[in-house]
Design a protein around this ligand. Sequence first.
Ligand code: GLY
Length: 360
Amino acid sequence: MAKISIVGGGVIGLSIAYECAIRGHDITVIEAFECGGQASGAAAGMLAPYSEIEEDPDDFFRLCQKSLQLYPEWQKAIKQVSKMDFEYNESGSLYCIYHEADRLSLETKQSWQKDFGVESYILSGDEVREKEPELSKEIVAALWCPEESHIYAPDYVKALLQACRNLGVRVIERAGEANLVNRTVVTDQHQIEADINVICTGAWSMKWEEKLGFSLPVYPIRGQICAYDGPKLNHIIFTSQGYLVGKGNGSLVAGASEDIAGFDTNVTAHGVGRLEKWSKKVIPGLIGKAPFHRWAGLRPATQDGFPLIGRIAKNPEVILATGHYRNGILLSPITAKIVADEIEGEPQMVSIDRFRPNRF
Ligand code: GLY
């Protein structure tokens, strides 16, 4: 049994804590503010790598695909251990286009994803509206990916936290800034010595650059989101400009901007205004309606777009798991398993060479 400290109580830190606790390790989570209080609780909760990844397949695509495949069992186990429920909806998605000229991009994506066993179908505009009658008549076709899903992120994170607590994980919230002195996490009020320290501080990870002594280019990218009171959608809807996802509580979430605003989590008239304009183009029934809620989260972006997962070369008792950018919720199960396997010296489920923290 290893003594493990995890700095950061977002979805990544809590997932690692859960997986390591299930495997019998002794875990402490240290969170500067409140667990799930940042990007994890603000996320739209899409588990949609096939729609979100445009480029050719690479290790990142494989990582995302594996994590999506882990979700059915993972979420069931979190519900059982936490004794809490949260929405997990295997809704499928429709990636919609407005111009025939864009059909080639759908076909190209479908063709390379097929080689990875991804199920998808190109539907005509009429077929799309048969599935989703609220969608605009201007949509000419869509790529339907039945395997994509979504989750209600705020409830998922609460359940993860409860599951950790039920497994005996010590959770220290409102700890303020943490430092690492040899193997000890030091805060104003606490000193926690561990065999392994895992850093999962999301958009706030760059401050470890100096503390750990190597280049750690993780930047906050603000995502502004808004929610309408309906209409109900059966699938996640994507276009090249954003996504719409209908939640079980009746809200319709529209996301999301990508702006550089430091650590500012305010929404702006421009950011949400663009989403409002766009969502009315996708669902004409929203014309004349205003969102009832607007909010923002900070995604942890890295210089090359890939997360940082693994041991630090010069200090192998420290593991980094951060920089998940748009995919923190999706990648939470696989990241947890990678870190737990790394700690236990077990073989990895997927190649993680591309995600080594010391690569910059
Ligand atoms: N994955 C959705 C977003 O980051 O907005």
